[in-house]
Write a protein that binds this ligand. Structure first.
Ligand code: NCD
Length: 312
């Protein structure tokens, strides 16, 4: 039997797979625009959502993606499961596997859990965010969203992208940097020293005002208070004075720049303008494209070259 394939990090799947998935995402976006956005591609397959950390977008988006492909879905409400009785992660995964799961979509606060789980089940593993480490479907949907605005994937090459905020604790920053660099963009991290990773090969600056007028993409991150000690941040409003997107800064963006945010947003912290008043914002498109990107990943792992035609 061929070895099971997974989608656990951008680096692990590599450039050819990323390009294939971006093409597939475009196809799934077309499916999603149909009046009946459903194809029978994964009929009879079962996708299990296993979220040990909070999520709105990612969880609903995977669930919708699986349904649009006609897969059966299982969602474990971890808060009311036997995990609360002390059942181990391994026993939980083995129990669910025994019910016939083809893919686990897993979010966990500990980095590396998706790899660990792969050794306990024959199912495909999709990483929906592990600790500070990786969030590869977010990266895929972001690369796709940019590609729709710059004449395709080739248009990403040479783009200047600033990722702003809490880089250090952000699995999104890591995966987005990986995919955009892989596709030829040049990425700069913008953050106070304490919120940059201790070791990184990516360019960085502490001065948002120095770069804001020159970038093609301004990617804002959420301040991840749950992952940091109090000592990491300049006090009071100093952080948002220096690093948030204010009206004044928005006025200095290039007219064709894109403003992105993975959500959830802390209004008044990293963003002080209403994104719906910003013509450069593609934040809503990110959410919409998230479903297509997750359909692409599910289909790539579980689909056969079978039919993708309409109806189910
Ligand atoms: C992100 C996450 O959970 O990593 N959210 C998301 O998936 N859209 C970012 C965050 O929590 O700040």
């Amino acid at each position: 039997m061929a070895e099971q394939r997974h989608f656990r990090s951008i680096a692990e799947v590599g450039q050819d797979a990323v390009r294939r998935l971006l093409t597939l995402t475009d196809h799934m976006a077309e499916v999603s625009r149909r009046p009946n956005p459903r194809v029978p591609a994964l009929r009879g397959r079962t996708v299990c959502n296993l979220f040990f950390e909070d999520s709105t977008r990612t969880r609903m988006s995977f669930d919708t993606a699986a349904k649009r492909l006609s897969a059966d879905t299982m969602t474990l409400a971890v808060g009311s499961s036997s995990v609360n009785k002390g059942e181990s992660l391994r026993d939980t995964v083995e129990t669910l596997s025994a019910m016939g799961v083809d893919a686990f979509v897993i979010r966990h606060r500990t980095s590396g859990v998706p790899w660990q789980i792969s050794s306990w089940t024959d199912a495909a593993i999709i990483n929906a965010g592990d600790g500070w480490h990786a969030h590869p479907t977010q990266a895929l949907l972001d690369a796709y969203t940019i590609s729709t605005r710059v004449s395709g994937v080739a248009g990403l090459s040479g783009l200047r992208v600033a990722i702003v905020g809490d880089i250090r604790h952000s699995r999104v920053a890591r995966s987005v940097t990986e995919i955009l660099t892989m596709l030829g963009a040049s990425v700069i991290h913008v953050a106070p020293r304490t919120l940059l990773p201790p070791v990184s090969s990516t360019d960085s600056t502490h001065d948002l005002d120095e770069v804001i007028g020159a970038v093609d993409v301004l990617y804002l991150l959420r301040m991840q208070n749950e992952r940091m000690g109090a000592a990491l941040l300049p006090g009071g409003s100093e952080y948002s004075d220096r690093f948030s997107l204010t009206r004044d800064r928005a006025n200095r963006l290039r007219p064709d720049a894109l403003v992105m945010h993975p959500g959830p947003m802390n209004r008044g912290v990293e963003i002080r303008v209403d994104p719906s008043d910003l013509r450069q914002s593609v934040i809503t498109e990110q959410v919409t494209n998230g479903i297509a990107a997750r359909m692409a990943v599910l289909f790539d792992l579980l689909g056969s070259p079978a039919s993708m035609e309409e109806g189910s």
